[in-house]
Design a protein around this ligand. Structure first.
Ligand code: ZN
Length: 302
């Protein structure tokens, strides 16, 4: 099992790419679907070329291919190219997708977006006249989940509850057409289109008295969850969990768990360990500071 063994850039960069590699549809696009003829020869240093080479290297399961992941590193933007400063894994994902948009053919990038981007829609209900107004569809790459404000209970938060909270009613001021003025209204969020693969970001960083600190609370992850797209339930299966160790967001250690075929593996620096058992076993054995930060889910055929 390849693990981008050579010591290269920030851990989360290689683990994020590792998670993309284990995203079957994405891997298939890169290795089998995208136009290759111009890539390797005309643009040897492009992000697309180096994605292809990196994926072929990971796919080979050997060290034979003449390839160094350093080339992929060089095709990333700063600060990832030279590690000039610390960055955040979720932010890296956003930057990586922006760079893919600039480096891949528009048609190809559209296919990448199909895999990871969803649409949500807000509904506003005026408290004055009860008129419902639908907002426009908004694109999302992450579903960002927050811990409950009151965390005194010390109960593990469940992922489905966190999703509900993300969609939950929120009181805001809104310009009501019927009342012709700004009124108090209730806003709820619905997913109008869920992508094949959903990346969820657990918002672990909060500001307390001007200092950014980390929430180390554990969550209760389930291997399969239900999420509503409009009125239908879709099942999603967990297949990669990026872990952040440590107290502060801009430093610390990262590892990743990935499900490959039927088994879970833990990737940590140069070590790859097969886990005996399912994800429940993994999370039961989490150390105190071993906290899931990015979760990758794929749609199951219902
Ligand atoms: Zn109104």
């Amino acid at each position: 099992m390849q693990n981008l063994k050579i010591i290269w850039f920030k851990k989360f960069v290689k683990y994020f790419i590792q998670a993309l590699f284990w995203t079957k549809d994405f891997k298939n696009l890169i290795i089998n679907e995208f136009k290759r003829e111009t890539v390797e020869f005309l643009k040897p240093f492009s992000l697309k070329t180096n994605f292809l080479k990196c994926f072929l290297f990971l796919d080979s399961m050997t060290d034979d291919i003449d390839y160094t992941p350093l080339l992929l590193k060089r095709s990333l933007r700063e600060p990832y190219k030279t590690d000039v400063r610390q960055q955040d894994a979720a932010e890296f994902g956003v930057h990586l997708f922006e760079d893919m948009e600039n480096n891949f053919d528009p048609e190809e990038y559209k296919q990448i977006k199909e895999i990871f981007y969803g649409m949500s829609k807000s509904t506003f209900i005026c408290k004055n006249c009860e008129k419902q107004t639908k907002g426009p569809d908004e694109e999302f790459m992450y579903i960002t989940l927050n811990f409950e404000d009151n965390r005194q209970a010390k109960m593990k938060d469940e992922i489905e509850k966190m999703i509900e909270r993300h969609q939950m009613k929120e009181q805001i001021t809104f310009n009501c057409e019927q009342c012709q003025k700004t009124t108090q209204s209730t806003r709820t969020l619905q997913f109008s289109k869920l992508p094949k693969n959903i990346i969820m970001q657990i918002n672990r960083f909060e500001f307390q008295q001007g200092v950014r600190s980390k929430i180390n609370d554990q969550i209760n992850l389930k291997a399969i969850i239900k999420i509503q797209e409009e009125d239908k339930d879709l099942n999603y299966e967990l297949y990669a969990v990026l872990i952040h160790f440590g107290e502060i967001p801009d430093a610390g250690h990262y590892t990743i768990y990935c499900k490959v075929d039927k088994n879970w593996y833990r990737f940590d620096d140069n070590q790859v360990n097969k886990i005996d058992g399912d994800f429940d076993i993994i999370q039961r054995n989490f150390k105190k500071e071993e906290t899931p930060y990015l979760l990758f889910f794929r749609r199951k055929n219902n």
